[in-house]
Design a protein around this ligand. Sequence first.
Ligand code: BGC
Length: 822
Amino acid sequence: MAGDALNPRNPQDDRTRDDVVEAALGKLGLDTKTRLLAGQDMWTLPALPEIGLGSLVMSDGPVGVRGVRWTADDPSIALPSPTALAASWDPALARRAGRLLAQEARRKGVHVLLAPTVNLHRSPLGGRHFECYSEDPHLTGAIGTGYVQGVQDGGVGTTVKHFVGNDAETERFTVDSVIAPRPLRELYLAPFEAIVTNAHPWGIMTAYNQVNGTTMTEHRYLVNEVLRGEWGFDGYNVSDWMAARSTTGDILGGLDVAMPGPQTVYGPALAEAVRAGEVPESAVDDAVRNVLRLAARVGLLEGAPPAVTELPAATDGQALARELAARGFVLVRNENAALPLRTGPGTTLALSGAAARDARVLGGGSATVFPERIVSPLDGLTAALPQGALSFCVGADPSEELAPADTGFTLRAVCRDASGTVLGEGSLPTGQVQWIGDDLPAGATYETMASIEVTGTFVPRESGEHAFGTRGLGAFALAMGGEPVWGGVQLMGNEADPFEAFFGAPNERARTVLAAGEPVEVSLTYQVPDMTALPLKAVMFSLLHLGPRRPADELIAEAVAAARDADTAVVVVATTERVESEGFDRKDLELPGRQNDLVRAVAAVNPNTVVVVNAGSPVELPWRDEVAAVLLTWFPGQEGGAALADVLLGAREPGGRLPTTWPAAFADAPVTDVTPRDGRLEYREGLHIGYRAYEKAAVTPAFCFGHGLGYTDWTYESLEVTADVARVRIRNTGGRSGREVVQVYLAPVADPVERPASWLAGFASLEAGPGESVEAEIALPARAFEIWDEEAGGWRRVGGAYEVRASHSHADTRLTATLEIR
Ligand code: BGC
């Protein structure tokens, strides 16, 4: 692919870096070495000027680069969710995304991106499903490889995460993921192995959870023997945030860096453990070497050549975000070629759905970034259609709960000391305050700050009864128009999660009737608790709001009336931040609120109803056969609405194929329970997740793995196979240029061992003009024919006859050939 030759790995530079690292290590005393292995704050490691080492800065990841400050004052490009990137089935595109993120990281002074997330879609309930790529390890590994290569092309490090078995969120800090050796190797470790082998990542992040009884930051076997030993990983291993819990366990388990700081199990505690003879100093040296090698690679160690000297050409972030969004959209149904829309003078489009106006462009949790702008579907279509062609009504609003104050609010946070003197202030993008570590407004400190007031004006969009509330733990006082309306204390609930303030339930505190367009002063004051004894100092709380609720039937009736008179109806349905987020798992796959009723009612009056699904992971679509078209847009990133207009109106085709199976009903999903029992989550289904499980159980999903329609047609003309490669010739038999993802599956004819009935072995994404034919040369990796032999403890090739399938999707095979493997 373009730019592959940039900064090829140079063995001489590797040796020079190793020499400089060795010399620097030799100059450091034990206390300095152990200090280097502990975060000095939330995101950085200390600088050591005596060896010419700069301070290493890390930042989340994966859809944008937040930078060290969690604030909208320093915006970031927000790309589509990882599910969307994987839906492109295009590692070269993932590489371009990575290069943009490296450019963003450099702009923000970040050296290491805390991404990609390559855990698997084991169950659609997984709270971070949107943040992972796929249910298939090969696709995950290929997209992750492209992403890591792209970020590192730009001289910025990656940390492939969360190593390993972090496939759900319930009890995530402690859960023991119990995984037998074969599924562990063939499914969950496989993407990590592929990325380490093919992209040489400079970092890895070990997960919070345990695997088979050992916590991952202390897992000597998986880290020291498998990752470093078998796969030859030579990067640094950083703990997930607050995952490091044992000084000796962690250092002997191969953990190099304990984050965040300043209070960690490393630093002085590690130096003490060495002095007490509990840990050999050589273990500390190994970890320091890994950190210095990383610093050398990113250009932070004087005298060592950085891995990248020639930067890729600059990327236009907005343009790439728009292209990526369209390339990830999956058109799963398109009856009578409903899309692209046929527009002309006088044609009308009735748009409905709350998310059409307030788009959900990214998922919740540490992946959150603050983009400079968000193009909603309403914005995108308004810009693309002639005046008067578009109407909008809410139709159904899934946000039935209070959420951080947003549209209409202009807020700032004011920090005061105990006497009421202002110490510092900062602007707030929403009602959410999340200051972690030193990330405080200038002038304020944890020691001096007694209160934080979130204050400003609210100009309501609608007249009626507005609800206000709080999220977070502690003492609050709420005032409206200068009058106190509530004061009280929120205590920790039963589920003691340190991130409760982030992910916890919202609490309604007051209601008041307001008029549209009339500004009102709002103020929420929070008493800052004493944090002296806490390992990590942070304030997290939110001012919440919920606008007036109009009767649901009235909203639906309004949308139906508009749809009845329009040529086309477009309904945007969505999940909310309380449904899909880091920190908790989903309970079911239902669309919240009355959205299903809205779709059915609109479809009943307009045969050209197109439904746009704005969700990061599968949801049930019980009306899918009653509408003309269904377009899955995931969390489409900041330019999602512009890309939507491109695709609906035909300027681009929807390029995506499903990276994960969409069940017809939740009960059909292979894994429907992610709640640990007695702290253990048993991966009982073994090798059978995703499409492998549907095939085994003979269950037909709503939309199968690999499915997705473009705007042209393809004929598969020939398939030739050898043990190493499948050559597939396809022809674009439609009327416009397009792109096809050719998928190659293997199905053993008579299997001597237990294996899935078929699995993805390779794929290629090809472009062709109308009438043109193109050939895909798809490598069949040796691993595709191997199983992990639990008795021998090694990989074993399984000989015999295989059917090789050249397919448009897992369920749509176009050509087959037989291959004899020895
Ligand atoms: C998440 C990581 C993230 C880290 C830092 C953790 O809670 O699991 O994915 O990189 O926080 O924000």
